[in-house]
Design a protein around this ligand. Structure first.
Ligand code: CU
Length: 346
C-alpha cells in the first residue's frame, strides 16, 4: 500500500508549506526600516537632485531635517485621521467616493496647502496592482471630499489620500481598504514590465531601483516609433509617478527631476524621476502624463537590482530588456479620471 503512504507524505508537505507561508505573512518590516525610509523620502529628498552625494552605501542614511512622512499604510498619522470613507459596494454601481480628513482636534480639516497643484490627491488601486486611478475630489464646506465613482472591477482596493495640512506644512499619506463585491480574477504581476502602451502611446522606463538608495528612473514616450515632444505640464511636472511596494502596497514618494515647467511649455520625450525603494523586492509604478489636454496612465513593474553597487543614478540608465509585449495592458490595468470607460476584463 504505497499510494496512501505517499498521499500522507504529500499532505504533510502541504501543511509544512502553509506553516511557512503563515510565518512569512506575519513578518513585518522592522520599524527601523520604515523610519529611515520615511526620513529618506521626506520632502527634502528632492534636493538631492545630483544623486547620492552623501555616499550612501547602506540602508537608511537619513537626511537630517527631512520632513517625516509615513509609508501610506495607516489610517492615522501625526494626529490626522482618514474617516468617513464611503464608496459603491459593488462593481458598476454609480455613486460617489467620499472621505473626510480629521485633524488633531477631531474636526474635519479645511485648510490644506497646495501640493502638486492640488489640496488632496486620491490614489486608488486594487491590492494586486490593477485598476490604478489618481484623481482629485472636491471638498465641500463641511470638509467632506467627494468625487463621482464607479468601480470597473471587483476586489479589495486600497484608497490613499495624500495632502499637506496648512497647520503642519508636512506631507501626509493615509490609506484604508475598500472591498468591492463582484466577480474577481487577480492580475498579479508575474514579471517586471518596462514598457506600457496606452491610447497609442508607448512608454518605456529606464534605470533601476536600488533598495535603500535613491536612483533615477527615466520614462520615454513615443508614438508610432516617433519621440513625443509635446508632453504638457501636469501637476507641476511633465509627468507624475506613483510607486507602490508590491505585497503591502506601501506608498513611495517620488520626485520629478528638473525645473518645474511653466504653463504653455512642453517637453519630451523623456522625463526623469528620483525614487527611493525602501527594501529589496518588486515595485508597481504608474506614470500619469498629459498630451493634448488628456491625461493617460502607463503602468510598470520593476524589481530592485540585485547588484547593490551598480546604481546610484547618475550613470546612464541601464536599459533593461523589456519583456516582449508586456501584458500590462493599461486598458484593463489602469484608468484615469478623464478616461472614459475602457473595457475592463478585470
Ligand atoms: Cu494628484
Amino acid at each position: 500500500m504505497r499510494a496512501p503512504a505517499r498521499l500522507g507524505l504529500y499532505g504533510l508537505t502541504l501543511v509544512t508549506v502553509f506553516a511557512v507561508a503563515f510565518a512569512t505573512a506575519g513578518a513585518v518590516v522592522p520599524d527601523g526600516v520604515v523610519e529611515s525610509w520615511s526620513e529618506q523620502t521626506g520632502d527634502h529628498a528632492g534636493d538631492h537632485a545630483g544623486g547620492s552625494d552623501a555616499g550612501g552605501n547602506d540602508m537608511g542614511t537619513p537626511h537630517p531635517g527631512s520632513a517625516t512622512t509615513d509609508t501610506g499604510l495607516s489610517l492615522a498619522a501625526d494626529g490626522y485621521r482618514l474617516t468617513g470613507v464611503t464608496a459603491p459596494s459593488t462593481v458598476g454601481e454609480e455613486q460617489e467616493l467620499a472621505l473626510t480628513i480629521e485633524g488633531p482636534d477631531s474636526q474635519p480639516v479645511s485648510d490644506f496647502d497646495l501640493s502638486h497643484e492640488k489640496e488632496l490627491h486620491l490614489i486608488v488601486v486594487r491590492t494586486d496592482g490593477a485598476g490604478f486611478r489618481h484623481v482629485h475630489p472636491q471638498r465641500d464646506a463641511q470638509g467632506q471630499w467627494s468625487i463621482p465613482w464607479q468601480w470597473p472591477q471587483a476586489g479589495s482596493h486600497r484608497v490613499y489620500a495624500e495632502f499637506v495640512p496648512t497647520a503642519t506644512g508636512e506631507d501626509i499619506t493615509l490609506s484604508t481598504v475598500v472591498q468591492v463585491g463582484g466577480d474577481f480574477s487577480p492580475q498579479q504581476a508575474d514579471e517586471p514590465a518596462r514598457t506600457a502602451r496606452t491610447d497609442g502611446y508607448e512608454v518605456e522606463i529606464e534605470g533601476d531601483l536600488a533598495a535603500g538608495e535613491s536612483s533615477t528612473l527615466t520614462v520615454r514616450v513615443t508614438r508610432d516609433g516617433e519621440p513625443v515632444t509635446t508632453l504638457e505640464p501636469y501637476l507641476g511636472a511633465y509627468g507624475h509617478l506613483v510607486a507602490l511596494r508590491e505585497g503591502d502596497l506601501a506608498y513611495l514618494h517620488v520626485h520629478p527631476r528638473g525645473e518645474e515647467p511653466q504653463p504653455g511649455q512642453t517637453s519630451g520625450p523623456e522625463v526623469a524621476f528620483e525614487v527611493s525603494a525602501p527594501t529589496p523586492g518588486r515595485y508597481l509604478l504608474y506614470l500619469d502624463f498629459q498630451v493634448a489636454g488628456e491625461v493617460r496612465t502607463a503602468p510598470f513593474v520593476l524589481d530592485t537590482m540585485t547588484n547593490h553597487n551598480a546604481g546610484s543614478g547618475d550613470e546612464g540608465p541601464t536599459t533593461g530588456e523589456a519583456p516582449t509585449a508586456t501584458d500590462t495592458d493599461p486598458e484593463d490595468g489602469t484608468r484615469h479620471e478623464d478616461g472614459d470607460d475602457h473595457d475592463h476584463d478585470g
